[in-house]
Design a binder for this molecule. Structure first.
Ligand code: AMP
Length: 452
């Protein structure tokens, strides 16, 4: 965060109505990404913000957008578009916008697959100031001419790295090519390398770069441990761990949909044998479930009715419940970024959290990669049943100390782009000649509705 970053929302020259909404939401001071991003976004810059969920990144783009919206009476076409990777995240981002628009009626429409399109079309026809959606459905509605992009002055790519992981790159590019060249683009991503960097290079105009990832990746408040467990012992160790920890609320991550459903079934049988764990709310969530089933699970999780949730990465990533106390990686994540995202489900907004990762004997190198990525060594949990058996592929940290991890490279090097990026940049279609700067005085337009 820059040293001159504002320490309070009051210093950001926000409208009175926004300050009231922030107070109502209980946001006392800006998080680091908010302190860095909000002023830049209000100045009209394109921004690349490196931050994961749980850091307040949604409000960091929602606040400047809401502050600068023209009233619906003046502009019925969408002014801001937020692209997100999952339906769950679309719902969350929509909720955050609604929360921050408190006191100033604003039309925010969520459009994503798995929900009724006719309903979404109806809302768009009524007039939307902000549209939050997944790339597939957004593109579909654009092609049906139900969603018009010509009046957008701001486009947000939220969790850009995840959208690319899911394979949304062609859709995103198609959408961006149809947006006005003069728009502002805010690009949020937990990681920035390869394809993600290339996309940013191609579609952002002289962006300001904000890197809040390093501080947040090895979040101080999240204790992270590993257990060396052979596949056949995993279930038994999991049950012991749950008995010992008695987690107030835990997510147990598996690699596949099938594995998730299977573990859920087995865990149900196992837990019924332990008096202390009997009757805990145990549920599962994965990609084979319908949207309404998933929504119900999220709702119950938020209400605290679910204590143990068995989940897959894609779905689990959208979970934003600040009371999650435990993350258990029943299957070690395939990818270091997935680890960061899974663990980031706990320790939200500075609360305490703990994460356990099960590592089989031949998965030591994967554990090392994670440790290099987060620049931190995971502690071995004493519950490890195979204490006497070392990992077959030893962790790098058992051979050399964790010293200079990629995250400790200078930010300029990290953000510098690679060969591939440089090549793509030459072909970049973007030749923006001027930047659209929303006048700061536009925030004065944000007035509470006239009293009846
Ligand atoms: P996000 O990173 O956007 O997923 O936000 C994580 C959680 O933090 C959400 O539940 C937000 O409502 C909450 N939040 C965002 N900004 C603040 C803030 N400045 N103070 C307290 N909570 C916040």
């Amino acid at each position: 965060m820059e040293s001159n970053a504002p320490e309070s929302f009051d210093q950001m020259h926000l409208s009175r109505i926004m300050l009231a909404a922030l107070a109502k939401a209980g946001y006392e001071k800006p998080s680091p990404i908010q302190a860095a991003l909000i002023p830049k976004a209000l100045e009209g810059y394109d921004v690349i913000g490196q931050a994961r969920t749980g850091t307040g990144k949604t409000a960091s783009f929602a606040i400047p957008i809401l502050e600068q919206l023209d009233p619906l009476s003046q502009q019925t076409l969408p002014q801001a578009l937020v692209l997100v990777p999952t339906r769950e995240l679309a719902t969350q981002v929509h909720g955050e916008f609604e929360k921050l628009a408190y006191g100033c009626p604003t039309s925010i429409v969520a459009i994503c697959g798995g929900r009724r399109m006719d309903e979404q079309i109806r809302k768009l026809r009524q007039g939307a100031q902000v549209v939050v959606g997944t790339p597939g459905r957004v593109l579909d509605l654009v092609e049906r001419r139900e969603l018009r992009l010509g009046s957008l002055w701001c486009v947000v790519l939220d969790e850009a790295d995840r959208m690319l992981d899911i394979g949304f790159r062609p859709d995103i590019e198609r959408i961006l090519r149809r947006c006005p060249e003069t728009r502002q683009t805010l690009f949020l991503s937990a990681t920035l390398a390869g394809e993600t960097q290339t996309l940013a290079d191609r579609y952002l105009f002289e962006p300001e770069r904000i890197d809040c990832s390093r501080k947040e990746i090895s979040v101080e408040t999240i204790e992270q441990r590993y257990l060396a467990v052979e596949p056949r012992d995993k279930l038994a160790v999991l049950v012991k761990l749950l008995e010992r920890e008695q987690p107030p609320q835990a997510i147990i991550f598996c690699r596949t949909k099938l594995g998730t459903a299977k573990l859920h079934r087995k865990l149900e049988q196992e837990l019924s044998r332990f008096p202390a764990m009997r009757g805990v709310g145990l549920e599962t969530i994965h990609g084979n479930m319908s949207q309404s089933q998933r929504d119900r699970v999220f709702q119950r999780l938020r209400e605290g009715k679910i204590r143990l949730l068995v989940a897959t990465d894609v779905v689990g990533r959208g979970i934003d419940v600040s009371t999650i106390s435990h993350i258990i990686n029943f299957d070690i994540p395939q990818d270091c970024d997935d680890y960061v995202h899974r663990v980031g489900r706990t320790g939200r907004m500075g609360r305490e959290g703990i994460a356990f990762t099960f590592v089989a004997r031949d998965e030591g190198n994967r554990l090392s990669e994670i440790e290099w990525r987060i620049n931190r060594q995971l502690q071995r949990d004493p519950l490890t049943p195979s204490n006497d058996r070392p990992l077959v592929t030893p962790r790098v940290s058992e051979m050399v100390p964790v010293a200079v991890a990629p995250e400790s490279w200078p930010a300029t090097q990290l953000l510098g782009g690679d060969q591939e990026g440089a090549q793509d940049q030459q072909e970049a279609p973007r030749k923006r000649l001027f930047r659209s700067r929303r006048s700061l005085s536009s925030k004065q337009k944000r007035q509470p509705p006239p009293s009846p």
